[in-house]
Design a binder for this molecule. Structure first.
Ligand SMILES: Nc1ncnc2c1ncn2[C@@H]1O[C@H](COP(=O)(O)OP(=O)(O)OP(=O)(O)O)[C@@H](O)[C@H]1O
Ligand SMILES: [Mg+2]
Ligand SMILES: [Mg+2]
Length: 464
């Protein structure tokens, strides 16, 4: 006669020490470790030990009930999840109750929002106590939705997070994935909207944004526009429309529009006494010689205004080369910019990531051998850098002048001191997060929380 308890493949269990009165668990003897859905996970010290605080939404697919939990930290473990990705997780030990039996189990904390169950019960937690009968479910009873709501004393509790829309084109880009992830980790609802699939109703009394199949996007708290250069015109119009609906935009449409006009940006910076390399603009100058003289002769840099990622930036080493490049661009009827070549920078530039007037991270980019452009897309590499107070001031002032809450400010170190190269309103996250290890995406979400005066909601009463 065995005294093991028989459990099905899905069971309701409870974690009395955490105030989790009922949570539906997937019983999976194929998994070694157990986990529970947790967000906003942070560690803290109590009586000399490390503890972890986190929020749990115990009800599957719902964020109505939020429990603020604290547990002593037992371990940190690297877990390989079912999609093959590895994740570093905190491990806690809590009492598990199944039917009338209870015992201590180790649980890893992870965001299981996208999974079918808020909890996974793996074989280590089963010990010698359990026999799994996969043909059955809810051997210890089932709950209806009403019973669950009653159990948690849930009377229209407000949802905890903000609703944030990411306006972009490619959900698989590193930067976009990180922004979504950072928002979810902080307990917000994140929505990815493809800019091209949004359309707008212009109406004095009832403006609207619709998405794809006619769904009306009317309850967002904030949007994060990440507009690729080719979508500037439409993306800025969309952002402006959200603003007219009272939705906060990180960055606002006016600042983005302005920063995308390179000539205007450089003029604005100059006007505010921010140093840039000596530059000349032209469309189809008759006098190429004078244009070259204007910036001090060769070697010089010629830039196509429409270029990005270093494409369309040419170094002309001699006057002859400069003349041919300028004439070639002229025949294409392209707007161009000529600029003194900062040779002493030796193929390096700085990228400072500014949020709300503070530098959150900076890197130095170094061009590949034989190349003068430091762009990562041109084979440049990113490394950690200590920036000077003067560079810091320049970057912060540049972002402020451009009206950008979030900005990637590019600076080149010249013999005359730091000079601004350009200011980006949708700076990429991959190079800078990888090189510095700083959670830049998280800092962007923090900025929205601050601007909206959003505070983490108080936990509900967790006593039984
Ligand atoms: N005046 C200059 N002197 C020396 N090097 C320069 C100069 N201007 C640009 N560079 C190098 O070329 C790179 C690309 O130039 P820039 O940032 O102006 O254009 P871009 O990267 O194509 O534009 P975007 O960043 O908008 O995509 C810079 O990162 C820098 O390393
Ligand atoms: Mg650049
Ligand atoms: Mg740029």
């Amino acid at each position: 006669m065995t005294n093991k308890i028989i459990v099905g493949s899905e069971e309701w269990c409870s974690l009395p020490g955490l105030g989790i009165k009922a949570v539906k668990a997937r019983v999976d003897s194929g998994a070694a470790t157990s986990s529970i859905h947790a967000i906003n996970i942070t560690t803290f010290k109590r009586n000399g030990s490390t503890w972890v605080s986190y929020e749990v939404h115990p009800i599957q697919g719902s964020r109505k009930v939020t429990l603020l939990c604290e547990s002593k930290l037992i371990d940190r473990r690297v877990i390989k999840s079912s999609n093959g990705e590895t994740e570093r997780r905190y491990v806690i030990r809590e009492q598990l109750q199944l039917g009338d039996q209870s015992w201590d189990v180790d649980l890893t904390l992870t965001n299981r929002a996208s999974m079918g169950f808020r909890m996974l019960l793996g074989r280590e937690a089963m010990g010698q106590r359990i026999l799994v009968d996969p043909s059955v479910n809810y051997n210890f009873g089932d709950y209806t939705e009403d019973e669950i709501n009653l159990l948690y004393g849930n009377k229209n509790m407000p949802s905890t997070g903000l609703k944030i829309g990411l306006l972009a084109s490619n959900p698989n880009l590193y930067s976009n994935r990180r922004i979504m992830e950072a928002g979810l980790q902080r307990g917000h609802e994140m929505f990815f909207y493809n800019i091209q699939q949004c359309y707008m109703k212009l109406d004095a009394s009832e403006p609207e944004v619709h998405y794809r199949d006619g769904r009306i996007l009317n309850d967002l708290d904030a949007v994060i526009p990440r507009i690729r250069p080719s979508m500037t015109f439409y993306g800025c119009a969309l952002t402006r429309h959200f603003e007219s609906l009272g939705v906060m935009a990180l960055n606002n449409s006016e600042a983005i529009t302005q920063s995308r006009d390179k000539l205007f940006s450089l003029q604005l910076l100059q006007k505010n006494n921010l140093d840039i390399p000596t530059s000349g603009f032209a469309n189809s100058p008759a006098d190429t010689t004078d244009l070259i003289d204007m910036v001090g002769g060769a070697p010089l840099i010629v830039k196509l205004l429409e270029g990005t990622q270093g494409k369309g930036v040419v170094l002309a080493e001699t006057r002859k080369a400069a003349e041919s490049v300028i004439n070639a661009f002229k025949s294409l009827k392209a707007n161009l910019l000529v600029q003194e070549f900062i040779k002493e920078a030796q193929g390096k530039d700085l990228r400072c990531f500014v949020i709300d007037g503070k530098i959150v991270a900076s890197i130095e980019r170094t061009a590949a051998p034989g190349e003068f452009r430091a762009n990562i897309h041109q084979g440049g590499t990113a490394s950690l850098v200590q920036i000077t107070p003067e560079e810091k001031k320049l970057a912060i002032k540049a972002a402020k002048t451009m009206g950008l809450q979030v900005a990637g400010v590019d600076i080149i170190r010249s013999s005359k001191g730091p000079l601004l190269l350009e200011i980006n309103s949708s700076p990429g996250l991959e190079g800078i997060e990888t090189a510095t290890g700083i959670d830049v995406a998280g800092a962007m979400i923090d900025s929205i929380e601050k601007k909206l005066g959003w505070k983490r909601p108080l936990p509900v009463d967790t006593s039984f």
